[in-house]
Design a protein around this ligand. Structure first.
Ligand code: ZN
Length: 800
């Protein structure tokens, strides 16, 4: 017999425990995404890309994680492998977590038992690497004799700086939730719970009060809260936001309390993850002050800090947001991770506000600055995504800091989750791609079938199949670009302000419709087989940037539908791009080329090529056909010249260099990276020594050594002058003007110093000219003594 009172007490405890999740989750986003598992994509544009991700990228990234020591880190922490060798960065564990997250999404799109088993073995290793109290961070647990300088002597000691202990935890949670939802297995989730419980015991009021040095744990804890119902995780996520600032660094958004932040600043990926986390927590607890802050920050980004490609984070210095309107093209950072973060953030902003302007930014980022991060082949990657190039950029097979690579792996299979969203009987259609989806509305289940050749064609057929006829509302996004508003705000506009209409038909009959917050609202009694046809005008637009963006003045960018275009070398005469100019009123045509870059629409127009001449300041102009390709598909044919922003004013053109002694010379140097060689003879004068907007040659990270660069002439020349412009990115960068340098010439196979007529001058922000007694020679050499504590570089080296 049981004691009734006791049994009742026990029942209450059980009820309370089992009710906790339901009670705790009363608040969340008012609009909910339709999960990607309900959306079956069969689209000519996206399905092949998702397949490449599943079949090439995921196995490739897992193999690279293994080859680059990431699995060994876990094995060593688990004492299953001897030695204390670790890979390069304390956040390397996250690449494995992100690959598991990607694999988990991917096996829900298409079963892959072999991949699932491999993930199981990885989870075993991860579990074995976890310390008994839940701590999981291989770089400390391995206990290396020479610990990484970022990790600190004790746990969390350098968390606010660079240890990334909480960053690792955040990615672990995201992977664990994805794996649990994909497989129903708790193996990784239990590891994550043990770790999150340790964080709950460690951090908080009256405990350790530190903020994460690199945000993401806030998003991870919110997901853990949704899955487990444990409110302590949500409280901790909020604590991690509230404990931030005001005495920290703008680099990681810790110089102000988060609610006092109204402009985007600092490291762009950290920022985007933080704004996403703030949105999550604002939704989960109904917090209005977080919302006010991220609303302001969003306005700052779209009005002043967003590339036309949707990229954010303009500068490589601190991988950070630049000043307002600081959007350089060739040196654009626009990290792939920041684009992915921008998609996460805008999807959350939409779910809070129900406004299509957020999806406009999301779509722009998705089709351009995010998609450019991975090659068509699926195994080459960009970290920064520049908007112009002079051969210095190329996709990498692997990057020791692999964040962007593993992020792409996890993002692409989750893409179908961004197509639809719902709120009671409102069904939002946000993105256009062919798919069949089963969606639960309050009124009942609805199957939606989209058929379209988007983004190449603007016709979208949407078939609505409710289980039984019922009243509900379709909210179909009318993209900003179809309404002469490429981006919310005044950062970008179209040169041609007339707009072709958007039409909507139901069962063949054109409808007039009202719009709310950017959505066409179709409210009626829907029955099986009802067909909505959306026609978006796919016109070629020329985008102009706000005059305050100095790098885009006198230039336009081609855009058609959601796709931003660029000019790339292989499609244009002599592979030259930077010398091209196209009239703002030039007529342009789009044609589909099935055989090019896996099938893309190209834009052709007529323009002129400009060239410098040797003995005259006149610039010659020659008519030529100019061809543009989608930006996301560039750099799949080797390094080349490229530009998104095309000059329409002569002042913006960079004419083809004149055939000088330097430009016709062969460059050799004490440098492995030959792609930098052309920089010193491209006849672009930098604005100052730290100007990164044009190519330069540098010896970083070498310091305190003697280096050289040589010009081997096309034939013997008489030379008597050298002019060198040093690259110096002080005080933050690693290059300074050199200690000293000297010029030598080739005489009978030997290097002989020239007889200088004046002392060598070494100064920055201008040419250092050296006149010397004329010599007849076939080659000139510069020897450079690097500073003791820094490297050096050269913008330009001219000889006469
Ligand atoms: Zn990255």
């Amino acid at each position: 017999m049981t004691n009734n009172k006791k049994a009742f007490g026990l029942l209450v405890v059980i009820l309370a425990a089992s009710f906790t999740p339901a009670l705790a989750q009363q608040n969340d986003y008012p609009i909910q995404p339709v999960p990607f598992t309900s959306v079956h994509v069969n689209d000519n544009f996206w399905e092949p890309k998702m397949e490449v991700n599943a079949e090439v990228t995921i196995p490739y990234v897992l193999a690279q994680c293994k080859a680059n020591g990431r699995m060994d880190n876990f094995l060593r922490a688990a004492k299953k492998l001897d030695g204390d060798k670790l890979s390069e960065f304390p956040f390397d564990d996250t690449d494995v977590y992100k690959a598991i997250e990607g694999a988990s999404y991917s096996i829900q799109n298409k079963k892959n038992p072999q991949l699932e088993r491999y993930v199981d073995t990885l989870i075993n290793i991860i579990g074995a690497a976890q310390e008994p109290d839940g701590y999981l961070y291989t770089f400390r647990t391995v206990n290396a004799k020479k610990p990484h300088e970022w990790i600190g002597a004790k746990r969390w000691e350098k968390e606010e700086e660079l240890s990334h202990e909480l960053y690792n935890a955040g990615h672990l949670y995201e992977a664990a939730v994805a794996h649990y939802q994909a497989t129903g297995k708790r193996s990784l989730l239990n590891i994550a719970i043990k770790n999150a419980d340790l964080l709950v015991r460690t951090f908080g009021p009256g405990k350790l009060q530190e903020y994460p040095g690199h945000q993401i744990v806030e998003i991870g804890l919110s997901k853990m809260y949704r899955v487990t119902g444990n409110k302590q995780y949500l409280d901790l996520a909020k604590f991690f936001l509230d404990v931030r600032g005001p005495k920290g660094d703008p680099y990681n958004q810790a110089d102000k309390k988060v609610v006092d932040q109204h402009e985007a600043e600092g490291h762009a990926v950290r920022a985007a993850y933080m704004y996403t986390g703030m949105a999550d927590i604002a939704a989960l607890i109904g917090n209005k002050t977080y919302l006010a802050a991220i609303d302001d920050i969003w306005g700052d980004v779209v009005n002043k800090k967003l590339y036309i490609t949707g990229g954010i984070g303009a500068t490589g210095a601190g991988e950070a947001f630049g000043e307002a309107y600081q959007l350089p093209n060739m040196s654009a950072y626009a990290e792939t991770c920041a684009s992915i973060g921008n998609v996460y953030w805008n999807s959350r902003m939409f779910m809070l506000h129900g406004d299509s302007k957020f999806i406009d930014v999301l779509e722009r980022t998705l089709y351009n600055g995010l998609l450019s991060g991975v090659s068509l082949s699926g195994n080459r990657f960009f970290y920064p995504n520049p908007l112009a190039s002079m051969y210095q950029h190329q996709r990498s097979a692997w990057i020791s800091c692999a964040c962007c690579i593993s992020n792409m792996t996890r993002f692409l299979p989750s893409l179908p989750g961004y197509v639809y969203a719902k709120n009671n009987n409102d069904l939002y259609i946000n993105l256009f791609m062919s798919n069949s989806s089963n969606i639960k509305l309050k009124e009942g289940n609805v199957n939606i079938v989209q058929q379209t050749e988007y983004p190449w064609k603007g016709k979208v057929d949407i078939t609505v199949n409710p289980d039984k006829a019922g009243d509900f509302t379709l909210r179909i996004r009318i993209p900003g670009w179809a309404k002469q508003q490429p981006v919310p705000g005044d950062l970008y506009s179209y040169a041609d302000q007339k707009s072709a209409p958007v039409t909507l038909a139901i069962n063949g009959a054109v409808q007039s419709y009202t719009t709310e917050k950017g959505y066409a609202v179709l409210k009626r009694k829907w029955k099986k087989g009802d067909k909505v046809t959306l026609n978006l005008p796919m016109e070629i637009e020329k985008v102009l940037a706000n005059q305050q963006v100095k790098d885009d003045r006198g230039r336009f960018a081609f855009e058609r539908g959601p796709i931003v275009y660029c000019l790339e070398g292989p499609d244009n005469k002599d592979s030259l791009i930077q010398n091209l100019m196209v009239d703002k009123n030039a007529i342009a045509n789009a044609t589909y080329q099935a055989g090019l870059l896996n099938g893309v629409d190209v834009i052709t127009t007529e323009g002129v090529g400009a060239a410098r001449q040797l003995k005259s300041d006149n610039i010659t102009q020659t008519n030529q056909t100019v061809k543009a390709i989608p930006y996301f598909a560039w750099a799949n044919r080797g390094p080349s010249e490229m530009t998104v922003w095309i000059p329409y004013e002569a002042s913006a053109v960079r004419p083809k260099p004149a055939p000088t002694i330097a430009s016709t010379s062969t460059v050799t140097a004490s440098l492995k990276n030959k792609r930098m060689f052309a920089a010193i003879k491209d006849q672009y004068d930098p604005a100052d020594s730290k100007d990164t907007n044009f190519p330069y040659m540098h010896w970083w990270p070498a310091k305190n050594t003697t280096e050289f660069v040589e010009y081997t002439f096309d034939k013997e020349h008489t030379v008597s002058q050298s002019k060198v412009y040093w690259y110096d990115d002080g005080p933050w960068g690693g290059c300074r003007i050199p200690k000293s340098y000297r010029i030598l010439y080739k005489k009978d196979g030997q290097w002989v110093p020239v007889k200088n007529k004046e002392p060598y001058n070494v100064s920055k922000d201008g040419f250092n000219t050296l006149d010397f007694e004329p010599v007849n020679t076939t080659a000139l050499r510069m020897e450079i003594d690097l500073p003791v504590d820094n490297s050096t570089g050269i913008h330009e080296w001219a000889v006469k």
